[in-house]
Design a protein around this ligand. Structure first.
Ligand code: PLP
Length: 425
């Protein structure tokens, strides 16, 4: 019991720790009570290899219904006709699409990590596992985005099988409309990795990649989209053979068990996003802009001045003069503000240990009900912690005070609507 008791104790402490902090890591979120509840149901111990109605196991009558309903809700929410809800992470969703449309030795194009692209796009990540050759787009420091002319030139030169877009440090929409014709001419698929901004896309507050020219949209279901940790693939695929390629890459290629409790939790989140996703996404983007503006006014080096700082849930801040991203992120954690150090576009991608920046996401605080005025207060707390070097415990006290009224998850069905707990476990 000692070891088990220890693990339970750690989980309780972790709950307390996050409950008394300001969680601002851009890739994280909290689930609604109804979604969370699904994670402890019997689904979590079952198998359902295959697709609804065509399973390799018996006992799938209810998960079949869950999976079908998830697919229907997902197509409606993202307004598309193809969906796969079986990948268990965004990285696996990317790898499935790489495997479907590119063979070992083929070229793909993306940004490098200092410009924000995810590790799964790189030779040392999932793209390398598929043995793809990775070429990096040139970057425009003025627009903090891919350089349009340079990107067209690169695509014409290397003729990739996949032109990949979307980043982990993701401030502004991709100029897909300007790029799509050139990319189509070389026969490449446009894959948009929307892992970070999935909830903003769902809520109509970022570009709609599938309308702007992407063939496929991959992503995670637990960042701005506030569901269980998992992956999703969406698109409008007309060619049945191509659809089959994606389906086969996922199963039997990359998943056997697709984590059925996760799928049920995803279903609840999809239903909640259909009901509240627009309001939630709108508030996230408003908060991010207000937060960036406040940080800027307080004297922080916020990226994107002149561009409105951000169009997403993220704000990027250069903290080199305060010791760099590593030191600052550690100090902030001691003050109860959780962010991650981050490479900025002018950093050396080979030196990720103490980058110039921190990346801050406002999606989770928005989900607890914080609005623009609270974001101003959070910006002041950052100033106290980083610029004024105020006593860490004193800042932490102010953090706890601010957090006190913002602990309940919003933009979801009420906890009281939950069926009886006993029936679910
Ligand atoms: C987080 C992220 C991923 C990977 O997501 P996981 O679900 O953690 O595997 C992929 N792409 C981008 C751009 C991301 O930010």
């Amino acid at each position: 019991m000692d070891d088990a008791g220890f693990i339970r104790e750690m989980a309780i402490k972790n709950n307390e720790f996050f409950g008394e902090s300001l969680p601002m890591t851009a890739s994280e979120n909290v689930m609604s009570p109804l979604a969370k509840e699904m994670l402890i149901t019997d689904f979590g111990g079952r198998y359902a290899e295959g697709k609804p109605g065509y399973r390799y196991y018996q006992g799938c009558r209810y998960i079949d219904e869950v999976e079908k309903r998830c697919e229907d809700m997902g197509k409606k929410l993202f307004d598309c006709d193809y969906i796969n809800v079986q990948t268990i992470s965004g990285t696996i969703a990317n790898l499935a699409v790489f495997s479907a449309f590119a063979k070992p030795g083929d070229a793909i194009t993306t940004l490098d990590t200092s410009k924000g692209a995810h590790i799964s796009h790189q030779r040392f990540g999932a793209a390398g596992i598929r043995e793809l050759t990775v070429h990096h787009y040139p970057y425009d420091m003025e627009t903090l985005n891919v350089d349009i002319d340079g990107t067209k030139k690169l695509v014409e030169e290397v003729k990739p099988k996949i032109a990949l877009f979307g980043q982990s440090l993701f401030l502004f929409p991709i100029p897909l409309k300007e790029l799509k014709d050139t990319i189509a001419e070389v026969g490449a698929k446009i894959v948009y990795d929307g892992a970070q901004v999935m909830g903003l896309i769902a809520g109509g507050e970022f570009q709609d990649p599938l309308k702007d020219g992407a063939d496929l949209l991959t992503g995670s279901t637990h960042k701005t989209f506030p569901g269980p940790q998992g992956g999703i693939i969406l698109g409008n695929i007309e060619d049945e053979k191509e659809k089959k390629k994606v389906e086969n890459a996922v199963f039997p290629g990359l998943v056997s068990n697709h984590h059925l409790h996760r799928l049920a939790a995803l279903g609840i989140t999809l239903a909640e996003e259909l009901a509240f996703g627009r309001d939630y996404a709108r508030q996230i983007v408003k908060n991010a802009k207000a937060f960036a503006q406040s940080l800027h006014e307080l004297g922080f080096g916020v990226l994107g001045e002149g561009l409105g700082f951000t169009g997403s849930h993220q704000v990027a801040v250069d903290v080199k003069k305060y010791g760099g991203g590593n030191l600052v992120a550690e100090r902030l954690e001691r003050c109860g503000i959780i962010v991650n150090k981050n490479l900025l576009p002018y950093d050396d991608p080979k030196k990720p240990k103490n980058p110039s920046g921190i990346r801050i996401g406002v999606q989770e605080l928005a989900r607890t009900g914080m609005k623009e005025s609270e974001m101003r207060r959070v910006a002041e707390l950052l100033k106290e912690a980083v610029m004024d070097e105020k006593d860490e415990d004193a800042v932490k006290k102010e953090v706890i005070e601010l957090r006190r009224d913002f602990r309940r998850v919003r933009y979801c069905f009420n906890e009281e609507d939950a069926y009886s707990y006993k029936k679910l476990v």
